[in-house]
Design a protein around this ligand. Structure first.
Ligand SMILES: O=c1ccn([C@@H]2O[C@H](COP(=O)(O)OP(=O)(O)O[C@H]3O[C@H](CO)[C@@H](O)[C@H](O)[C@H]3O)[C@@H](O)[C@H]2O)c(=O)[nH]1
Ligand SMILES: [Mn+2]
Length: 752
């Protein structure tokens, strides 16, 4: 809160009645779920006693284990539901511009073939035009490919920025990403009446088109000179600073000046681990600390642009709150997307995370670090502890050699930790860039981190491919908190994969990274609780995420055993007329209703609910299942975990299928096999079993299994369509179809 006028910079309230309803539901659900587990256990006990190796015993055993896993996951997920909050910010109450702190902006790109250069430049331009004093913003573009095209395009972008940024300021443009702006009718309608605006806009549009053309040409030149793949994984470090040299008297300079742009490509050598995005982020941390050393950092992926120029000021409402600030590591904004179709079949919006779970975490000790769209405090990343200590105390000034053991062998870097260096950019440039460029390049070299604590205690951590989750988790464990800033106008927007294969690859990477953490010594349930017992609920939430891939186990069990038993007339669940049935029904509907309530609360409809249920099932049997296998393989020493980049390029046919809500399985590997096999198995068993059920009039016994199979059939319709009658290129690949027909046929044959 601000002391001078007592008006708070932000407010926070618990979302009611949702919180109270959640807590009541937790109680009721707990009772019903205990009854279900008790029923299973007692029946299992009796059956195993009679005949331990029968299909019934084995099925009962696995269904019991599946229920234990589901119950465990349900318990963990209640952490998110206990205290959801909502926050508001008041940027107009911030101190004058002169008192605002500088911010370094990190933009990450890794491969111009998968990440179109023009999109990356749009991200750069969108933040260049943030509504914040330009001399206090410094943009760092990390290019992991070391691609010439990116460097040259960045320079072109900068010179276009000299016109673009003043234009945005002059007309208070709402969305400052050029590509979006020229497409946005709303923005244009708003200002169309101003003649001046129309004229200027036309001029700028011509400039933008020229800029775009130049970038395309750069790419063509690059494509014609092969050999790019070689340099992507093997190249020296390179740093280039492009800065504002606007001339004129001080007032016009003020209007025209734009943030500086630093291009950084770290050294990469074959065989030397580069730790993917976390490695690139750490290089940027070091390089920026000897150039600008701003106390706050905004991290953005190249597929995210700034959609609201006031985001930095919004974040400062938290960072400049004197009570909160000593403990606040980062302010997270949600990831929102511009290319989500109306019927978001791949659940790319990540609604559950960003609209429900992070809101719940915000009421505890704050949301999980989400990779992009966050403003983090530099000190927190350097291993500092929360509290009011100064850098000098924290980093033990005077003893540079001790610092070097931790932070590596650079005087400049260690001095930046303790020194009260000014933030004067010009001065820094004069000192470092002209005379000591070599000293900066070393910070971006392969060997710099050898025998240091980078990636282990300091910077972004290397223990997992979900560096964001892992790093945020450690910050929380060290006692830092975070806040969630979720304004109604999206602050940043990005794009999501629009075909199933890309979604699958992405989910598999996330699940692998998360599950790696679950099985490591940093498991949130042990490490998390031992470090920060004050927030059991938050550790539960971290654990829920890390263990999430184990949903694949109950999905596998529930996708095979009840069906095979149904086929054989074996009942696994209580009769409809038994009171126990009530407990089962309650648990099922309680989960469904809780989910539905959350979907409605976040402004979505029943279709979203269906999509999320379906996606949960399919991804559990594909991406998450393979992630679990992957992690086990890595544990026993075979296989490695990689950061497979998501492809940001698209083609017309794909876009069309996505817009029409038709699943696009093009390019899917055998990873799809468990899901397709089980959906066929379910359908076969449903038909065969229903016939028997009618014949023997066993509906009372088998109703639960009949219901389950029908439910699964509905959820797996896109798979079945993709296998059976679809003929377009987006159908399930023939290889997968043939294998799943063979496998499901074989299983049914063996068990009927
Ligand atoms: O070696 C690498 C790999 C990736 N990246 C960059 O990392 C970002 C994220 O990569 P992307 O392919 O877009 O992955 P997503 O699955 O979309 O990323 C999500 O998941 C990641 C963790 O797996 C987080 O880091 C991201 O912020 C989060 O948006 C992009 O800007 C890449 O250029 C690098 O800089 N170096
Ligand atoms: Mn991305």
């Amino acid at each position: 809160m601000r002391e001078n006028n007592h008006l708070p910079l932000h407010t926070c309230r618990v979302i009611e009645p949702a919180a109270t309803i959640n807590r009541l539901q937790i109680l009721l659900h707990l009772c019903a779920a205990s009854a279900v587990l008790y029923y299973h256990a007692s029946r299992l006990f009796v059956t195993i006693h009679h005949n331990p190796f029968s299909l019934t015993s084995v099925s009962l055993l696995f269904i019991f284990l599946a229920d234990v896993v589901l119950f465990f996951m349900w318990v963990l997920s209640q952490g998110f539901r206990y205290r959801p909050v909502s926050r508001s910010v008041f940027p107009e109450r911030l101190p004058d511009d002169g008192l605002l702190p500088p911010v370094d902006i990190f933009i990450m790109t890794a491969d111009p073939n998968k990440e179109p250069t023009i999109k990356v430049m749009n991200t750069v331009l969108s933040v260049m035009a943030l509504d914040y004093p330009p001399e206090k913003l410094h943009i760092y573009l990390s290019d992991d490919a070391g691609a010439d095209v990116t460097l040259r395009a960045a320079k072109e972008a900068y010179s276009f920025g000299r016109s673009w940024v003043p234009f945005c300021r002059r007309f208070a443009v709402g969305v400052r990403c050029p590509e979006v702006f020229f497409d946005d009718d709303l923005e244009n309608d708003r200002q169309e009446s101003k003649k001046e605006f129309v004229q200027e806009k036309q001029k700028i549009k011509v400039m933008y088109d020229t800029f775009k053309e130049k970038v395309m040409k750069l790419k063509e030149v690059k494509d014609s000179t092969k050999g790019f793949q070689k340099t992507r994984l093997d190249h020296p470090s390179e740093i280039e600073i492009t800065r504002d040299t606007a001339e004129g008297d001080s007032t016009s300079r003020e209007d025209l000046s734009i943030p500086s742009l630093v291009y950084v490509s770290r050294e990469k050598r074959k065989g030397v681990p580069h730790h993917f995005k976390a490695g690139a982020l750490n290089v940027l941390l070091r390089v920026s600390s000897v150039i600008t050393n701003s106390p706050y950092i905004l991290v953005l992926d190249c597929d995210m642009y700034s959609n609201d120029p006031s985001s930095t000021r919004q974040a400062m409402c938290f960072h400049l709150d004197s009570k909160l600030s000593p403990y606040l590591a980062f302010v997270q904004f949600p990831q929102e997307f511009y290319n989500i179709s109306k019927n978001d079949i791949y659940c790319g919006e990540l609604r559950q995370l960003f609209k429900t779970f992070w809101v719940g975490l915000d009421g505890l000790r704050g949301p999980v670090l989400s990779g992009t769209n966050f403003f983090v405090k530099r000190r927190a990343l350097y291993g500092a502890k929360p509290g009011e200590r100064s850098n000098r105390e924290e980093f033990n000034a005077g003893d540079i050699s001790r610092l070097k053991d931790k932070f590596g062998n650079s005087n400049e870097f260690c001095l930046s930790l303790v020194g009260k260096k000014s933030y004067d950019f010009d001065e820094r440039i004069a000192t470092y860039v002209k005379s000591q460029k070599e000293n900066i390049l070393i910070l971006a070299s392969c060997e710099y981190e050898d025998d240091t604590q980078w990636g282990e205690q300091i910077g972004f951590l290397y223990g997992s491919v979900v560096e964001d989750y892992f790093t945020g988790f450690h910050l929380h464990c060290r006692g830092w908190i975070s806040t969630y800033c979720f304004p109604s106008k999206p602050a940043f927007r990005g794009n999501v994969p629009i075909n199933f294969n890309d979604t699958l690859i992405q989910t598999k990477r996330w699940s692998t990274g998360l599950f790696e953490v679950a099985l490591s010594k940093h498991c949130p349930l042990t490490f998390g609780l031992s470090k920060n017992f004050s927030s059991v609920l938050q550790s539960m939430c971290y654990a829920w995420q890390a263990f999430r891939p184990v949903y694949s186990f109950p999905l596998l069990c529930y996708g095979t055993l009840p069906q095979l038993c149904f086929l054989n007339g074996i009942s696994l669940f209580p009769e409809v007329t038994s009171p126990w049935f009530g407990a089962f029904a309650f648990v099922f509907f309680s989960v469904c209703i809780q989910h539905l309530r959350e979907v409605f609360l976040s402004g979505h409809n029943f279709i979203t609910w269906c999509n999320e249920q379906r996606f949960w099932m399919i991804i559990g049997l594909t991406g998450q299942l393979f992630a679990v296998v992957n992690v086990f393989l890595k544990l026993i020493g075979i296989g490695a975990v990689n950061f497979d980049l998501t492809d940001k390029t698209t083609n017309e046919a794909q876009i069309k299928r996505y817009e029409n809500g038709v699943f696009d399985f093009e390019g899917c590997s055998l990873m799809l096999l468990p899901a397709t096999t089980l959906s066929l198995l379910n359908m076969g068993a449903l038909i065969g079993g229903a016939w028997q059920m009618i014949k023997f009039n066993a509906i009372n016994n088998l109703f639960a299994q009949l219901f389950l199979s029908c439910f699964i059939l509905l959820l797996s319709l896109p798979l079945i369509e993709g296998i059976t009658y679809r003929r377009d290129t987006g159908r399930v690949p023939s290889r997968v179809t043939i294998w799943s027909l063979v496998l499901s046929g074989l299983i049914i044959f063996m068990f009927s």
